[in-house]
Write a protein of this length. Structure first.
Length: 275
């Protein structure tokens, strides 16, 4: 830009000098005038170029300012996004840590429950050790202790009155469970698929038979020390067999009573409800 200004100044000076040559002849004056016109034209072109350059400079400066502003806004947005992501990650980490703690707590309770089931199985098994394995079995299934008693041990065919040998087993079971308030006791009566004899007093079908047997066993358990609120009788009739009812042996297996012992999980349920 300094060179352009100098050239414009020189042209202006030359134009002014031409006016001082009034004493020259007409030919010289014409030449000078022609030269002056050329210089004036060149000056105008240079001035136009200067103006164009200044405009281009202004546009470039404006474009640069706009670009810098956009970059600054983008940087601010990136910083905001980064801050938001860090906050979200922090919240997610805290949430995951909280969930891990709840899972660890539930696992601790489940481990305690498994240990309690094993201890209960051992205690019940020891209490009922003297009975025939075909008539009385103690097993762990699905986190519960199953005491399965055959009809032969408990009842005569079609009867709901427990035999003395069965009463002895139920008394020992009740004694083993006394003081263990954290165990729910479910008494399930089961039958085979043979209909009961017509005219059996108080019963119309195997539903009645299974329920009445479960109720009688419940009475004996509570009479021998278990709280009534801890024991629940239920009848399943022939609808939950352990074997097909296609032989006398299998039918005998299905005629059974199962006493299902389930440790309470109130603490675990409270954790689940809280989430």
């Amino acid at each position: 830009m300094n060179l352009l200004s100098a050239r414009l100044t020189l042209l202006s000076a030359l134009g002014s000098g031409a006016l001082l040559l009034g004493g020259c002849n007409a030919k010289e004056i014409a030449a000078l005038q022609q030269q002056n016109a050329a210089l004036t034209s060149s000056r105008d072109q240079l001035q136009a170029q200067k103006t164009a350059l200044e405009q281009e400079k202004t546009r470039n400066e404006e474009a640069l300012r706009t670009s810098l502003l956009n970059r600054s806004q983008q940087l601010n947005q990136l910083n905001d996004n980064l801050t938001g992501a860090e906050q979200a990650n922090s919240a997610l980490t805290a949430d995951l840590r909280s969930k891990e703690q709840r899972i660890a707590e539930m696992q601790r309770i489940l481990d305690q429950k498994d240990a309690a089931v094993k201890a209960l199985r051992q205690k019940v098994g020891d209490a009922l050790l003297g009975f025939n394995a075909q008539d009385l079995q103690v097993n762990v299934k699905n986190g519960k202790v199953y005491v399965s008693l055959s009809e032969q041990l408990l009842f005569k065919s079609g009867s709901t009155r427990v035999d003395p040998k069965g009463q002895e087993a139920l008394k020992k079971l009740a004694t083993a469970l006394q003081g263990n308030q954290d165990v729910n006791v479910l008494v399930e009566g089961h039958t085979d698929n043979v209909p009961i004899a017509r005219g059996t007093a108080g019963m119309r079908d195997n539903w009645d038979l299974s329920v009445l047997r479960a109720t009688e066993i419940t009475r004996l358990l509570t009479t021998n020390g278990l709280p009534a609120s801890q024991v629940t009788p239920s009848g399943r009739a022939e609808y939950v067999p352990v074997a097909e009812n296609n032989s006398p042996t299998n039918k005998a297996l299905n005629r059974r009573t199962e006493i299902i012992l389930t440790p309470k999980l109130d603490e675990l349920f409270q954790i689940l409800e809280a989430n």
